[in-house]
Structure formats: C-alpha cells, structure tokens
Write a protein that binds this ligand. Structure first.
Ligand code: GDD
Ligand code: MG
Length: 361
C-alpha cells in the first residue's frame, strides 16, 4: 500500500524549533517525527511512502535515503513553490494507481488504518476521511456528517459560533486515484478548502471514519510537549530509559518516566523529573533541576538552574539564576544568561534567525 505524506508546510507555529529543522524531522522521543510515522505506517502494511516536501528536503533525504534501512520505500517529490495539500498529491499522481493514504505530516496517532481501509473497501466511496474528537475545534477543520457517516460539510478553522461538531478532520485520508482528476496541475489547491467541498457539490460520497484512538497534531510547541508527556506517561511504568555512555552521579535524582539519550551527564545533586526527555549529549549540571521538559541534543542546564515544562532546542543553555518555566521554548544555540527572566511561554529565537519583538529577554 502507498501513502503520500504532506511535509511541505513551513512549520511556522512550531518556530523557533523549526528554524533549522523541518517539522517532519523534529524529534519525538529522540527520533525524527517521520521515523515514528514510518513505523506506524509499516505496522498497517504501508511500505511505500511518497514524501511531498517543500523547500527543505535535504535533512529528510539524508536521514532516510531510499528508506531501505527502515524497511520502507521512500520517494521524494519537491515543490518549487507550495502546491497546497491537494496540489502536492496531484504532483504524485504518476505514482498512484489504487486506493492510497494521505497523511498530514504532523499527526501522531494510533488510529487503526487497517480497519479504516477495510471499511473504505467494503463501502467503496471515492474518499474516506478519519475524524477525531477535540476540545477546541476552531483551530482545525470541522467535519459534519449524517447518520450514516457520510460527510455533509467542511468548515476549516471555524469561529466559535460556527462550530457544530467536535469531530474534526484528523489529517488522514484514503483516496481513489480518480479524484485527482478534479485537482489542477501545478496550481495551489487544498483538500480542505477546494477538493473536498467540490466533491460534495458534485454529489460524490466522502465517508467519515470517526475514531477515539489517540490523536494529536504536534504542530505547536504546546502540543509538541503534550505529545511527549502523553508518550512518556504511556509507558505506564515510570521507567528510566538510559542511553549508552550516559553518566549519572550517585547523588543525582531521576524520577521517571524519563528518556535520557546517549552520552548525557547528570551531575551531583542534579534532578531530572519525568516526564522528561534529554537528547544525546545533554548535561544537567550540579544542583540543576529539569522537569517535564524536552531537551534536544547537546543542550545544557547549568549549575543550579531550573528548566520546567519547557522545550530547549539543540546546543541551548540555561544558566544559573534564570529559571526557564511554563511553556518557554528556546531555539537552537540559545543561551539564557544569568539573571535573565523569561515570561511564561516566551519563545527565544536563535541569533541566526532573529525575530523582532521577542516577548521578553
Ligand atoms: N507538500 C505540501 N505542500 N505540504 C503541505 C503544504 C503544501 O503546500 N501545505 C501544508 N502542507 C502539509 C504540512 O506540512 C502539514 O504536514 C500538513 O500539510 C497540514 O498542514 P498544517 O499547516 O499542519 O495544517 P493544520 O494543522 O492547520 O490543519 C490541517 O490539519 C488539521 C489536523 O491536524 C487541516 O487538514 C485541518 O482540516 C485538520 O483538522
Ligand atoms: Mg497541523
């Protein structure tokens, strides 16, 4: 089975984390997001993946190559300018000759793809679309269905008073190749705004596949951190998984669930409290505290410093006397210097990608 994964967006809402890394390569439990996704697809018999990428395919291609190492086949299609979600799949038309999956490239989920495909084949619509319930539908695409589960209407990012359902487009579709006849070539075109509403107007059946399985769009720092907390708590054992070559001082305290990458150093009296992920070669210095956070590789929390419920990009550093708390996001190479105080939820951009009007700092 084939799947097209849409990874051509700019990852704007995840910035500054996506200043140097495409959204699809952002680490989830120390592995690129896409690797996670490829494993999930493989479990459901999808081994042929077409990546519809934007302008930054190199890091993806150099990691996955042709996919052999990961037991899949990976094909790359680069768009010179963004073609939109449906335009990007149109671009892959030559590779598609039977029912295939399409995925938004930022969704972490356990939706049962095998059952979704079975239902698609039994009922035989042109399109099936997975739906998931959420608390705040206004930031997604709301989908209204009838009693038989046929889609009646799409409302992309509706305002609060327009919301008629808490079921939203989960970013997973099964398409019959012939629907691509209705997508123009080399022209920006969206499933959500253009193709799906058009198919409904034409009287085609779009079948919903509602699911209560785990689902999260990791496309904002808040959701990215939440996904980590969910995955780590999901271990169920408050375990501590320690990478090769990591050194933990005998007086340091680690409370799981925690994933500690290779060659990390956790110094005397330091504390690491789960759910936390340390990327490879991170250092938690003497007396420092890291809690509920995700650190990318080569980051450092200095002596006596505190990092709580935050995300720190690679080569970042928090110095003593500057607690970094509650949803702050440090880009790569950012150092929070002694005595600097970050506002709750502040995002700090790397110098190489300066952003005007930083909340504080
Ligand atoms: N190749 C390509 N080209 N990919 C694109 C393009 C493009 O022009 N534009 C967006 N994408 C990819 C993004 O990289 C991402 O993986 C996916 O399409 C969805 O884009 P997002 O920017 O993350 O959209 P969203 O989260 O606001 O909304 C979408 O996902 C929701 C579920 O998470 C919509 O499909 C909503 O209807 C849906 O509810
Ligand atoms: Mg998204």
């Amino acid at each position: 089975m084939k799947a097209v994964i849409l990874v051509g967006g700019e990852g704007t809402r995840l910035r500054p984390l996506t200043c140097n890394v495409p959204k699809a390569m952002v680490p989830i439990l120390n592995r690129p997001f896409l690797e996670y996704m490829a494993g999930y697809l493989k479990e459901h018999g999808v081994e042929d993946i077409i990546l519809a990428t934007g302008s930054l395919p190199d890091p993806i291609q150099s990691y996955f190559g042709d996919g052999t190492k990961f037991g899949i086949r990976m094909t790359y299609l680069v768009e010179e300018s963004p073609l939109g979600t449906a335009g990007a799949v149109k671009n892959a038309e030559a590779f598609l000759d039977e029912s295939f999956f399409v995925f938004n490239g930022d969704v972490l989920t356990e939706i049962d793809l095998t059952a979704m495909m079975r239902r698609h084949q039994e009922i035989g619509p042109k399109v099936s679309i997975a739906l998931t319930p959420v608390d705040n539908p206004t930031i997604y695409g709301v989908v209204e269905t009838d009693a038989e589960g046929k889609v009646k209407r799409f409302m992309e990012k509706p305002s609060r008073d327009e919301v008629t359902s808490n079921l939203i487009n989960a970013g997973i579709y099964i398409l019959e190749p012939e629907v691509l006849e209705h997508v123009p070539v080399a022209t920006p075109f969206m499933f959500e705004h253009h193709l799906f509403p058009r198919l409904l107007e034409m009287g085609e059946v779009i079948l919903s596949y509602p699911s209560d399985a785990y689902w999260i769009d990791t496309g904002t720092p808040e959701k990215y951190l939440e996904a980590h907390h969910d995955l780590l708590w999901g271990w169920g054992d408050r375990g501590i998984r320690l990478g090769r070559g990591s050194k933990i001082h005998s007086t340091a305290r680690i409370e799981g669930p925690a994933l500690i990458g290779e060659e990390c150093v956790i110094a005397e009296d330091a504390q690491v409290k789960g759910p936390t992920v340390l990327g490879p070669r991170c250092e938690v210095a003497k007396g420092a505290v890291v809690e509920g956070s995700v650190l990318w590789h080569d980051s450092k929390v200095g002596e006596g410093a505190i990092l709580r419920n935050c995300i720190a990009g690679s080569y970042s550093c928090v110095q003593h006397g500057s607690p970094v708390l509650d949803g702050c996001v440090l880009g790569d190479n950012v150092t929070v210097g002694r005595g600097n105080r970050l506002a709750k939820g502040a995002r700090v951009w790397p110098e190489s990608h300066p952003k005007p009007n930083i909340t504080s700092f």
